[in-house]
Design a protein around this ligand. Sequence first.
Ligand SMILES: Cc1cc2nc3c(=O)[nH]c(=O)nc-3n(C[C@H](O)[C@H](O)[C@H](O)COP(=O)(O)OP(=O)(O)OC[C@H]3O[C@@H](n4cnc5c(N)ncnc54)[C@H](O)[C@@H]3O)c2cc1C
Length: 488
Amino acid sequence: MQYDVIVVGGGNAALCAALSAAETKKKILVLERAPEEESGGNSRFTAGLLRIAYSGVDDLATLIDLSPEERARTDFGTYTEEQFLDDMARVTEYRCDPDLTEILVKRSLATAQWMRKKGVRFTAAWGRQAFKIGERFKFWGGLTLEAVGGGPGLVDSLTQIAKKNGIEILYGARGVSLIFDDEGVHGVNAKINGHTKELKSKAVVLAAGGFQANTEWRTRYLGPGWELAKVRGTRFNTGDGIRMALDAGAAPVGNWSGCHAVAWERNAPEFGDLAVGDQFQKHSYPWGVYINAEGKRFVDEGADFRNYTYAKYGRVILQQPGQFAWQIFDAKVKQQLRDEYRIKQVTKRTGNTLEELVSKLEDTDQKTALETLKEYNAAVRADIPFNPNVKDGRCTKNLEINKSNWANTLDTPPFEAYAVTCGITFSFGGLRINTDAQVMSSDGEPIPGLFAAGELVGGIFWFNYPGGSGLTNGAVFGKIAGASAAGG
Ligand SMILES: Cc1cc2nc3c(=O)[nH]c(=O)nc-3n(C[C@H](O)[C@H](O)[C@H](O)COP(=O)(O)OP(=O)(O)OC[C@H]3O[C@@H](n4cnc5c(N)ncnc54)[C@H](O)[C@@H]3O)c2cc1C
C-alpha cells in the first residue's frame, strides 16, 4: 500500500480527519482539488464560528485564554447539551438522525478541546454574537466560540499543524473515483495537475463537501429555480465525493431537496469571493422588514433569533418574483447593523422619506411598497419595549404576515434599503454513515475501508440549521472518521 489513509478534500472536516488518523498511522495523504491559494473549501469562507455545548465560562476557558477583565465584562451564559439537542431537533423539525446528532452535540466541546491541543487557537465571538448592555457583553443564541482569524485562520492553522505532523497534502489533486472491489475500498483514482493516477491505500475518508456548486445537481435535486441561486462559498464542491461513493454502492440519505441558503447581495458573483468572504451575507433583517418585487412583505423577519432563521430564508427569497428582495431599515437601527452592511459591494438605496426611498427601488411595485411600509408602521405594538437580546415580543398586529419580535416602526430618516437574493451555502442530502463514520452501503452494511465526514454526510441537517454547526459537524465526524480509518 502506498498510504495508510487517503483523505479526499482539504477543508475543516478533511484536515481534522487527517490529523486524527495521524495519531496512529504514518502515511496520510490529503487530496485537495483546489489550488493552494483557494484551498480549504467552504471552511475558508466562514467566520470560523463553532457551536459547542458548554456549561459556563470555565468550559470556555479550556479553549480561550480569557483575561480577568474579559471575564468581568462578559456574560457568557451557558449552552447546555440539552439546549443544543433541542435546537437541532426543533430546527430540523425532529428529522435529524438521533444517533449522529447525539454524537455531534456530546462530543462538540471535547472535539474543540482536541483541536486546541493540536494548536488551533480560539477566541470568543464578541463582535458577532454578543450585545453590549451597559458595560457588559451578553452572548445570545448559543454561539460563542470563534477560531482566531476566522475561516482563513482556521484552515491555515489546521494545514500547518497537518504538515508538521508529517501529513502530505497535494493541491490541484481531484479525487475522481474510488478503487474498490467486493472486499471494499482500496484507494482513489485522482487527477493531479491534469494527470490521472492510481493511489492505493488501506482506507479512504471522503470529506469533499456537498454539491451546491454543481448547477445541474442543484436543479436536479433541490428543484427548479435553484440554478438561479448564487454560491456563497467554494466553486469546487460539486458533489464529487458523494458521486464517487454512490458509484461504489453507498447509500444516500437525508434531505436531498434541502439546503442551507441565506440572504446574499443581489449582485454578488456566481461563486464566493475570498476577498469578500462571508460579507455578501445580509443577516440583520430581524431589525427591519423585507419587501419583494410586488412591494409586499413575505416572511416573519422576527420569528426567532437570526441564528435559527437565516439558513432557511434564502429559499424563501429565491421563491419571490425575480428571486430578490429588499431589506429596509431606518436610522434607529443603523448602529445595530452588522459589519457586512458597510462593505463597498452592496446594492443600497437611501431616502430621507419613505416616499423617496421607495421611488429608488427598481424592479419593484413602488406604490404597493409604500402602502406596505405604512401598514406595517401602523401595526407595530409600540407599547412593548424593544430589546435585541431576548425575543422581546414587540410584534405587529393584524397584518397578513406579522412580525413576531423586534418590530420597530420605520420612522427615523435616513431610510436604507439593501437588495438581496438567495445565496446557497451547502446541500443537506448526502451519504449515510454510522456512528464510526463508516459509509454504509445501499444493502445496509458498512463499506470496508470507506469513511466520510462533513458537508457530504446526509441525515443530520434538514430544512434548517443552527448557525455554527457546520464546522462542529466537520470537526467531530472528521476526528471520528480519521480514527476509524486509521484503525481499520
Ligand atoms: C460564506 C460561508 C460562511 C459560513 N460560515 C460558517 C460559520 O461561521 N460556522 C460554521 O459552522 N459554518 C459556516 N459555514 C458552513 C461551513 O463552511 C461548512 O459547513 C463546513 O466548512 C464544511 O466543511 P467540510 O470540510 O465538510 O467542507 P469544505 O470546507 O467545503 O471542504 C471540502 C473540500 O473538498 C475539496 N474537494 C471537492 N471536491 C474534491 C475532489 N473531487 N477531490 C479532492 N478535493 C475535493 C474542496 O476543494 C474543499 O477543500 C459557512 C459557509 C459559507 C459558504
